[in-house]
Design a protein around this ligand. Structure first.
Ligand code: NAI
Length: 331
């Protein structure tokens, strides 16, 4: 039976991978991450399974190859943490899960907006202390508001459709507009400055690229509609965080909800509740009553995790049988 070492394992990874494999893969689960220092812990296996914070650089891959590893299965879509040419040189097969559930992330963006907009995060804490006062909890409706969707790929399209269900007006910006889809769903494409000026809510659904870094910044945040709410479930570095803080302090921004943060690496996914947090920017953000932060959990649904596990397991079993990988999963 093929043996696979899983790095950076969380209880939910283990549950879904074991379920999908149904006894057909011998697993070894490690809590720690894969990098050049830890690569030797793969000894004896044929496959390693990694996530976004594992670092499979050339040195690491060379060690894996010497330890007998022939395949790296990424249980995520992004692959910036793996040296793809080095894996090719070493004859190590690479797979990933390019798309699992756009609904998971789109619904999380909507959940963040509704929580923030209706002040549910504050109401939850109040009621637990038997404070049933409504003062300060006045919210606003999504109905008939203008929602600006930046990036209308898989996730942005689902988010736009959900917002149309609220009878909101949906504006969109994408350098590659899906015009037929927009016409069918009553979504209106516009340019980015116009979207930023006119939207009550701006939700980001585009990838992080050199040209999209700090898409929202100190120059354009002051041009947003007064009271605008920003939702980011895509990548932290799309927003210049200091400019967000300035926008919140000046009152220009009505609220900010983030599932991702510029400097999240080493913070998100960890329990730091017993430690002194050294990131002053994140600490400042968390002091605002109109800021809501989740720890990069947009993908964390039963359905998405089951799909990630299904594709990963299927590719490992195909590798064992010498068959081709599932379409579009090979790197
Ligand atoms: P996708 O590749 O299907 O769509 C991305 C869209 O962004 C494309 O239509 C593209 O043309 C557009 N785009 C590219 N440059 C742009 C620009 N400068 N301005 C506006 N639009 C631009 O990607 P998908 O699957 O919809 O994912 C979107 C984002 O969601 C990704 O960046 C990914 O990082 C993030 N994500 C977050 C997760 C979470 O757990 N929070 C989980 C999965 C993805």
């Amino acid at each position: 039976m093929i043996q696979t070492v899983v790095y950076d394992t969380r209880p939910y990874d283990r549950k879904h991978l074991e379920h999908a494999a149904a006894g057909r893969i011998r697993w070894r689960f490690h809590d720690h991450r894969l990098n050049a220092e830890t690569a030797l812990t793969a000894e004896g296996a044929q496959v390693v399974c990694v996530f976004v914070n594992d670092h499979a650089d050339r040195v690491c891959l060379e060690k894996l190859a010497r330890a007998g590893i022939r395949m790296v299965a990424l249980r995520c879509a992004g692959f910036n943490n793996v040296d793809v040419p080095a894996a090719k040189d070493l004859g190590i097969a690479l797979t990933r899960v390019p798309a699992y559930s756009p609904h998971a992330v789109a619904e999380h963006a909507v959940a963040l907006l509704l929580t923030l907009n209706r002040k549910i995060h504050r109401a939850f804490n109040r009621v637990r202390e038997f404070n049933f006062s409504l003062n300060g909890l006045e919210g606003a409706e999504v109905y008939r508001k203008t929602i600006g969707i930046v990036g209308t790929g898989r996730i942005g399209k689902v988010a736009a459709t959900i917002f149309r269900g609220f009878e909101a007006r949906v504006l969109a910006y994408d350098p590659q507009p899906a015009t037929d889809w927009a016409a069918a769903h009553g979504v209106q494409y516009t340019d980015l400055p116009e979207l930023l000026r006119s939207s009550d809510v701006i939700s980001l659904h585009l990838p992080l690229l050199p040209e999209t870094r700090h898409l929202l910044n100190k120059d354009n945040i002051p041009t947003l509609k007064p009271g605008a709410i920003i939702i980011n479930t895509s990548r932290g570095k799309l927003i210049e965080t200091q400019a967000l803080i300035d926008g919140l302090k000046s009152g220009r921004l009505g609220g900010v909800a983030l599932d991702v943060y510029e400097e999240e690496e080493g913070i998100f996914y960890e329990d730091l509740s017993g430690q002194v947090v050294l990131d002053d920017v994140l600490s400042r953000l968390l002091t605002f009553p109109n800021v809501l932060i989740t720890s990069h959990q947009g993908f964390l649904t039963h359905e998405a995790l089951a799909e990630i596990a299904r594709v990963t397991v299927e590719n490992i079993l195909r590798f064992e049988r010498g068959e081709e990988f599932l379409p579009e999963t090979t790197l």
